[in-house]
Design a protein. Structure first.
Length: 342
């Protein structure tokens, strides 16, 4: 089923406005609260075909969508549509963070980011080769995790002191045991096979204080995808993601020793809860000298991530500046010490 949000005033299609957090009509300017719109409760089964055919209720055009798409725009009339049968049952998101940055602000933020690139080519810094910018709700699982940790370690403290004419070194040994219980909440893992995991990780953090219960009007005017991996499949990645934090916490509980040798370190991480959540991301496609660069922007905070091209000339000049600065510094130190460099 295709859903349109019709303006009560003029009948035009309404879309989610990131600035006001309301549904907005581009024709007459009317704005409505999302909660005041009636919710559609249609239970259907979504077939796992490669593509599925829908018809736009606005202009009648046929829409062919990828099996993972849950919200899109009609290619003919531009209406924002939500495919409800792909958002029901197990495919229904639990939470959503709405966009707070609209398209114009996203472009302005991206241009500023490009201009701040210290080692990027001058032509890239103008940010005038954007091929496209797309607002997407990307599927994530937010995990609440619990880790039970047991650690055994042999630790030493070394003390050196002088007594009479002799210097003594005293080594004390300690058998250390730790039993730790750690909770982590809302650990994000992207669940789309299309998205680069490393790119998505770098978009953190999101402000989870702005999480909303999912409601389909938030998707109007944006593209959205459904998850490709369920929470059980991604649990190992979530557990791996918090490993370094667990290691750091263990280390913080065993301090003040000269040396720490772990004889046992058991970490058992389990899922307490997982929330299927849609997070707002702007995808920017940039063409520079025949090559396409893909950047992602946090649609809530404006943080931009991606790998821009590097100017070899700027890199050489930068390293040259470091070399010159280092030489001058050594020269001054040498002169102050009464010596010289040859």
């Amino acid at each position: 089923m295709v859903i349109h949000y019709k303006c009560p005033n003029c009948g035009s299609d309404m879309v989610f406005d990131s600035e006001s957090g309301m549904l907005s009509c581009g024709s007459c300017g009317r704005k409505d609260n999302i909660d005041s719109f009636p919710k559609e409760n249609i239970e259907t089964t979504f077939g796992e075909n490669d593509a599925k055919e829908y018809h736009c209720k606005n202009c009648g055009a046929m829409l062919i969508t990828h099996k993972d798409t849950t919200a899109t725009n009609c290619s003919f009339c531009g209406a924002g549509v939500v495919l409800l049968d792909r958002l029901s049952g197990d495919l229904a998101p639990s939470k959503v963070i709405p966009f707070t940055i609209n398209k114009d602000k996203a472009m302005k933020t991206f241009r500023t980011w490009c201009k701040n690139g210290l080692l990027t080519p001058k032509g890239f810094m103008t940010a005038d080769r954007v091929k496209g910018i797309t607002g997407m709700y990307v599927p994530f699982w937010l995990y609440d995790l619990n880790s039970k940790v047991e650690v055994n370690a042999i630790c030493t403290k070394v003390r050196t002191y002088t007594k009479g004419e002799y210097i003594y070194t005293e080594t004390s040994y300690y058998d250390v045991y730790r039993n730790i219980n750690i909770d982590y909440i809302k650990v994000p893992i992207d669940a789309s096979e299309k998205m680069d995991d490393k790119l998505m990780d770098k978009l953190e953090p999101f402000n989870y204080g702005e999480l909303k219960d999912f409601n389909t009007p938030y998707l109007a005017g944006y593209i959205a995808e459904k998850y490709n991996y369920n929470h059980q499949e991604l649990l190992p990645r979530a557990a791996s993601k918090i490993e370094r934090y667990i290691e750091s916490f263990i280390g913080s509980t065993i301090s003040g020793y000269t040396m720490v040798n772990y004889s046992r370190k058991d970490i058992d991480t389990n899922k307490k809860q997982a929330y299927y959540t849609l997070l707002p991301i702007w995808m920017v496609y940039y063409d520079y000298k025949g090559s396409e660069y893909i950047f992602a922007m946090n649609g809530q905070t404006g943080k931009v991530v991606g790998k821009p091209p590097i100017s070899q000339g700027k890199v050489a000049a930068w390293f040259g500046g470091i070399s010159v600065g280092t030489f001058i510094g050594l020269k001054l130190i040498s002169l102050l010490m009464g010596g010289g460099l040859y």
